[in-house]
Design a protein around this ligand. Structure first.
Ligand code: DLZ
Length: 157
């Protein structure tokens, strides 16, 4: 018997996606959001199936992702934020709270939650990851949510 393989196509067509984006470092997070929406569009998704929720800072992202997850209205969720060590005395606490909070929501709800929160040392590194030389982490996170939505649907089918 050949083995069975499950792989998610990277097509956003028909998927209901929720994006939570933090206002802190907004000039970076706006670029992450644009990258995510552009990736959804370029992969066959429709913007009217995307809900965008703005929250004050990265610390608040997990609770908003959890609220979206609990509505049962989404196939995948995307967290977008930017935490910069140089400008943040409690960088480690915020970075660790958002990371473990998002992981908990994904495991608790079984929904794909992708991590598009950039955690960097400097503003220059943030710019590199928001659409310049290191790509756009918002776009990458959107495609991870799309792929995982299909993978989980197939596992459960
Ligand atoms: C307070 C704070 C600081 C100093 N730095 C950042 C940051 O670099 N990135 C970010 O997303 N949020 C930051 N915040 C705000 C916290 O995430 C949170 O909104 C506040 O502590 C209020 O709970």
């Amino acid at each position: 018997m050949p083995h069975q393989t499950i792989e998610g196509p990277i097509t956003a067509q028909g998927l209901r996606l929720g994006i939570v984006v933090s206002r802190w470092n907004e000039f970076i997070t706006k670029a992450l959001l644009e990258g995510a929406l552009d990736a959804v569009r370029r992969h066959g998704g429709s913007e009217d199936m995307v809900t965008v929720v703005w929250v004050p800072g990265s610390f608040e992202i997990p609770v908003a992702i959890q609220a979206l997850a609990k509505t049962g209205k989404f196939d995948g969720l995307i967290a977008l934020g930017c935490v910069i060590r140089g400008a943040t005395s409690h960088y480690d606490q915020i970075a660790s709270a958002v990371t473990s909070g998002l992981n908990s929501v994904a495991l608790e709800t079984g929904l794909p939650v992708s991590f598009g929160v950039i955690t960097v040392e400097s503003i220059e590194q943030a710019i590199e990851r928001a659409g310049s030389k290191a790509g756009n982490k918002g776009a990458e996170a959107a495609l991870v949510a799309v792929e995982m939505a299909h993978v989980l649907k197939q596992i459960r089918a």
